[in-house]
Design a protein around this ligand. Structure first.
Ligand code: CA
Length: 507
């Protein structure tokens, strides 16, 4: 065997104080995992093995953090699964320290420019899209029929336009429009009207009798923007009207050209879904390194998913740059704690059967891996769901962790590309911004070669380092943002619905 072939490690231990490690591959009962430690049962890939005896009530430690407490005695070499530990109480968000973990020596990126579509205000676009925002789900059928014809008959005549996106959603009517939390869905829909990938050529399609009137989402209320279906005589006239207005927008969008822009004109988002025990040490860590390179070069990076940072929120608080930012972080956590409590749930409702099969025992373990995607940059701002940022740099954008809700929330905040880390695998995608997929395991990339863009599993097998994969991801992000490459989700046109977050009452 060549000396160049590295021996595949059997286990990964993260911090010296950890009393558990995870297995790189499936381990059979009786096999030696490390010197003096033999597996007492078969252990699935990515699951935890006890490195010492842990008495009932003892702390189970990974990432240097207590994941939970042993329910019964655990012996050295035992497989630790999700039924063997109890959940600790969540850390308090009162009196969190801020500004004590501000990193100033971030890695420097090799590239500081990209090719994007400049906008009159705010961030630039990664794609040149005609965006059609709706005020109510009732119009979706007519709009979708019109959009199909726009794509078939009009779009080919405008080669500089990348696509047509109908922002249809479940909100708009049959809702308590004046309820306090109605501001959350309304803000997301209103901010989609300003999305950087729509180039300021907005179209709004409404029905005419809904509660979400166009003036609640845009101040551009002229007939060159807003079209109300009840004003038109029948389906045929409605479709013709949408197509005619779309054509005037397509003509203008077709004049737009990519320009070389600084990274400060780029805003992307990070999220993970279908995570496993490798996510935190491979895909999310590589994404964190890419995030540090982007932020160091001047770009803006959003990360989110409240229930997946809740158990490590004090670590984020320490990275906030000032007291108001830390206070807003605490307020967003409290709001979500209350939201879950009203629904008779808590953060323990988060991990999925797939997460557990992938070795994640509970939300503490999932959170420690999830936070890794934020890298190490200072946190300059905290956003409520769907808010647009006022600063540049690393930003915590509070959203649900649900993949299909986090995506639209981050889009509403204005991200023009999303990086998505997955361990179990999901074909998730967004139509308004390209989604780049990073796998936590090489097995997943081999299983889904035409869905996963970057394999970070090489970090677990010792064939690549976090900076190497992070740098590879950084370049891929900029190539996709610049229109030089397309991600697999974009290539296959895998687009999820716009499931905006609505914590307000439906009537
Ligand atoms: Ca998610």
């Amino acid at each position: 065997m060549s000396e160049n072939i590295k021996k595949r490690p059997i286990y990964i231990k993260i911090k010296d104080e950890d009393n558990v490690a995870i297995t790189v591959d499936k381990v059979l009962e009786g096999s030696q995992v490390m010197e003096g430690i033999t597996a007492k049962q078969d252990i699935p890939q990515g699951h935890k093995i006890a490195l010492c005896d842990i008495p009932a009530g003892g702390n189970i430690i990974r990432y240097g953090v207590t994941l939970g407490y042993a329910i019964n005695d655990i012996r050295q070499g035992d497989w630790i699964n999700e039924d063997m530990l109890s959940l600790p109480t969540p850390p308090s968000v009162d009196n969190m320290k801020w500004g004590v973990d501000i990193r100033t020596d971030l890695p420097k990126p090799e590239r500081t420019t990209w090719e994007g579509y400049r906008n009159a205000d705010g961030f630039a676009g990664t794609r040149n899209l005609l965006g059609i925002v709706t005020t109510v789900q009732c119009v979706a059928g007519v709009l979708n029929a019109a959009v199909k014809r726009i794509k078939d008959e009009l779009l080919p005549q405008y080669p500089n336009v990348d696509g047509v996106v109908s922002v249809t959603h479940a909100y708009g009517c049959g809702v308590a429009i004046n309820a306090p939390e109605a501001k959350v869905p309304i803000r997301q829909i209103a901010n989609m009207c300003k999305h950087p990938n729509f180039g300021g050529e907005l179209m709004v399609v409404g029905l005419g009798c809904e509660k979400l009137t166009p003036d609640r989402i845009t101040d551009r209320l002229g007939s060159d923007t807003v079209l109300i279906l009840q004003d038109y005589k029948g389906f045929g006239a409605q479709v013709e009207a949408i197509m005619a207005l779309a054509e005037t927008k397509l003509k203008r969008l077709n004049q737009r050209k990519r320009e070389t822009l600084p990274l400060s004109d780029l805003m992307i988002g990070m999220q993970c879904g279908g995570s496993d025990a490798f996510s935190g040490i491979t895909a999310n860590s590589a994404a964190g390194y890419a995030s540090d390179l982007l932020v160091s070069g001047g770009a803006t990076v959003l990360f989110s998913e409240v229930t997946e940072v809740r158990d490590g929120v004090y670590l984020l608080g320490e990275r906030t740059v000032d007291e108001p930012t830390c206070r807003k972080l605490a307020e967003e956590m409290k709001w979500y704690d209350n939201y879950l409590e009203l629904g008779g749930a808590d953060r323990s409702a988060n991990p999925t059967p797939g997460n557990k099969k992938g070795g994640l025992s509970n939300i503490v373990e999932k959170a420690m891996g999830s936070i890794a995607k934020s890298g190490t940059s200072p946190i300059v701002e905290v956003l409520s769901p769907g808010e647009r940022p006022s600063k540049k740099g690393l930003i915590y954008a509070a959203t649900p962790a649900s993949d299909i809700v986090c995506g639209p929330c981050q889009l509403a905040s204005g991200i023009t590309l999303q990086v998505f880390m997955t361990g179990r695998g999901t074909p998730y995608g967004l139509e308004a911004a390209p989604v780049v997929k990073v796998s936590s395991r090489t097995d997943l990339k081999e299983m889904w070669p035409d869905l996963i863009d970057i394999d970070a599993g090489t970090i677990a097998t010792g064939n690549a380092t976090i900076p190497e994969v992070g740098t590879q991801l950084f370049h891929f992000i900029l190539d996709v943002a610049s229109g030089k490459k397309e991600s697999w989700a974009e290539h296959w046109k895998l687009y999820n619905d716009m499931c905006f977050f609505n914590p307000a009452p439906i009537t």
